[in-house]
Write a protein that binds this ligand. Structure first.
Ligand SMILES: [Zn+2]
Ligand SMILES: [Zn+2]
Length: 338
């Protein structure tokens, strides 16, 4: 099979590798849609990567034994290789599993663990059915495009009474706009890239503010009767944006972080948290039980088409990475068989 690899500084190509074989209750999936995520960071940094991607939708083509899926099933591929046995997995919060499989140790080869490839392997219980008449491309949005914000909004209870601040309007942030609008919330976005700011407005964001505007906090307060937003979701993964979320949220409001960041965020416990009564959460993905509701967003939101900006053949992998790294995109989806 063919798979995509990053070979060096701003260089990506396809490579022929052995097709993986199903084993135990892990099925072989033919990948029809492989969304691009933050892999462009390695492309820009020049870090070679052999196994790219963690988002996919495809078709089950082979199983090793009778299991929860069968050849011909159209499925969304959930991320990671969780154990399926621990309390977190059993409760649906598998993304936080403490006993993830050693992929190569279990299957005998590392091939099949990446999604930017023609085939992959996945435990049957992490292959979720795609409703009839829904394309692989749209179904694949149930991974990182819509998943992180859906999970965060579930925990925060975001609804039509709320104004939500979304910092960062990359694919995850734009997915958050889709989810927030679906729930009826009023949306304020912070984004500096004009392409993405424009797309957020097209999706119904009431205002898009620049993070470089020194008066941004004042602007947000003016838009919320001086009180601040009810909820804030950081999708930027930058300290300044995270800090803005805390400062721009009203007393007793809710703040969620989904943008990954390894820098320290300064928080003053008393004024920022105790006296304000903020609820602050980190959120990675969504509980497995939420999948049918997320499918309803994909099937019912009039904004879904705006969330996919480019669908490219995987044979154009160099161009796809250059595009992804340009930030002039919403979600970019690769077609591994084209
Ligand atoms: Zn587990
Ligand atoms: Zn992702």
């Amino acid at each position: 099979m063919l798979k995509a690899v990053i070979t060096g500084h701003q260089r990506a190509e396809l490579r022929e590798v052995a097709t993986p074989r199903p084993i135990g209750d892990w099925a072989l999936v033919k990948v029809h849609a492989a969304p691009m995520c933050a892999e462009y960071k390695s492309f820009l940094a020049g870090d070679p990567v052999e196994f790219l991607g963690h988002e996919a939708a495809g078709e089950v083509v082979e199983v090793a034994q009778p299991c929860r899926v069968k050849p011909g099933d159209r499925v969304v591929v959930m991320p990671q290789y969780p154990c399926g046995k621990c309390a977190l997995c059993l409760s649906g919060d598998y993304i936080h599993c403490e006993n993830n499989y050693d992929f190569a140790g279990f299957t005998g080869s590392p091939e099949g663990s990446a999604t930017m490839a023609q085939y992959l392997l996945k435990p049957d219980w992490l292959l979720l059915p795609i409703p009839d008449n829904l394309s692989y491309e749209k179904a694949s949005l149930a991974c990182c495009a819509l998943g992180p914000s859906f999970g965060a909004f579930d925990v925060m209870g975001l609804n039509a009474f709320d104004t939500v601040l979304i910092t960062g309007a990359g694919p995850v942030g734009l997915g958050a706009v889709v989810n927030a609008r679906f729930r009826g919330a009023r949306v304020i976005v912070v984004e500096s890239v004009p392409y993405r700011a424009e797309r957020a407005l097209q999706m119904g964001a009431e205002a898009v503010l620049s993070p470089h505007d020194e008066g941004i906090l004042t602007c947000i307060l003016e838009l919320t009767d001086g009180r601040g937003v009810d909820c804030a979701l950081d999708c930027a993964g930058a300290v300044a944006a995270q800090r803005l979320c805390i400062e721009a949220t009203r007393r007793r409001g809710r703040v969620a972080f989904v943008g990954e960041c390894h820098d320290e965020l300064p928080i003053r416990v008393s004024p920022d948290l105790i006296r304000k009564g903020l609820t602050v959460i980190g959120s990675w993905h969504y509980n497995l039980s939420a999948y049918p509701r997320l499918m309803k967003v994909i099937q019912g939101s009039p904004l879904i088409d705006l969330l996919i900006s480019h669908v490219l053949p995987m044979s154009h992998i160099q161009e796809a990475f250059e595009l992804s790294a340009s930030h002039k995109t919403a979600k970019v989806i690769l077609k591994p068989w084209e």
